[in-house]
Ligand binder design. Structure first.
Ligand SMILES: [Fe+2]
Ligand SMILES: [Fe+2]
Length: 314
């Protein structure tokens, strides 16, 4: 075991991964111009690209609901949320592009051709306004928890810096979801029934957002990009949201949900097939979502062309 805990001198490379691990374990941070093992570059790039794609696909969904949001105040909220999510995507694509694995255009072209992945929850369709509330309440909270867990450590400097802003804004989204749910939960019987139906559709996708149990030797944990295992984040989420939803009088669509002697809630067995289907772009709404996003990219080509002609670049 090596004990080297400082970055290699300028112009030199990491001798081996043990040296790099010792650097990370000693609190080392990696910046774009630094030497980094190819394995670290690839894993971190893939993770940030996935995050960026998810922000963009999520933002496009929020945009779709602006015309349907009831009342000016909620339209303003959804407009702001859309701007936040698209802004998150922009920041993350810039950070990812600086890793020199793919350009931003290549990442977007891969996304719109269905060649690169994004979060499972954005492969489903929001059918009613109550679905949007379930998304704001359950999905934004799940995204907030997983992003905060990355921000807690995150050895890749630029990613940590943009996450500070992203996590702060996701916190507002989560609070907004809580406010909207409170209004629906204290509303009419029809409103409560609408939310229960939305909860039935969105509970499992939200729980699955954290992914299956982390590999015992997940390199993203070893290199301190992630700070918590997927199963621990998922368990904490279930423990927090089951009592809250019960408190509002809603039922969790999990017949095998149980509470142990210490009062902790545990989800029943999880069928991971729906998550795997989304990763193959075979989710219930994957095709339409990707086609819509690709169409949006094609429709806005004239903006990029105009900027290129002005020498501004995109
Ligand atoms: Fe976001
Ligand atoms: Fe959000």
């Amino acid at each position: 075991m090596h004990t080297l805990a400082t970055a290699p001198a300028a112009g030199r490379s990491w001798a081996d991964l043990d040296d790099f691990q010792a650097f990370i374990d000693a609190g080392g941070m990696v910046e774009p111009g630094d030497d980094m093992p190819p394995e670290y570059r690839d894993e971190v790039f893939r993770f940030i690209e996935f995050h960026a794609n998810s922000e963009l696909m999520g933002g496009l969904t929020e945009r779709d609901w602006i015309p349907h949001a009831p009342g000016l105040r909620l339209k303003q909220v959804f407009l702001a949320k859309t701007q936040d999510e698209i802004g998150h995507a922009h920041l993350l694509y810039m950070v990812a592009a600086d890793m020199s694995v793919k350009t931003r255009t290549e990442m977007l072209e891969d996304l719109f051709a269905g060649r690169s992945r994004f979060h499972n929850v954005f492969h489903y369709q929001a059918v009613t306004w109550a679905d949007q509330i379930a998304i704001a309440y359950l999905v934004d909270a799940a995204a907030f928890a997983s992003q905060r867990a990355v921000f807690a450590e995150c050895t890749y400097g630029p990613y940590k810096r943009v996450l500070k802003r992203i996590v702060a804004e996701e916190g507002f989204h989560m609070r907004h979801g809580e406010e909207m749910l409170l209004r629906l939960a204290t509303g009419t019987g029809t409103q409560r029934a609408m939310f229960q139906e939305a909860l039935n559709r969105w509970w499992w996708p939200a729980v699955q957002l954290f992914g299956p149990d982390s590999d015992p030797d997940d390199p993203l944990l070893r290199w301190k990009i992630k700070s918590q295992r997927n199963e621990d984040l998922r368990a904490a989420y279930v423990q927090k949201y089951v009592p809250l939803l019960h408190g509002y009088g809603f039922e969790i669509p999990d017949p095998e949900l149980r509470q142990d002697d210490d009062g902790r809630w545990h989800a029943g067995p999880i069928d991971w097939e729906p998550l795997k289907a989304t990763m193959r772009m075979g989710g219930p709404d994957s095709k339409r979502r990707i086609e819509t996003a690709a169409q949006n990219w094609a429709d806005t080509a004239w903006v990029r062309d105009a900027l290129d002609r002005q020498g501004v670049g995109t």
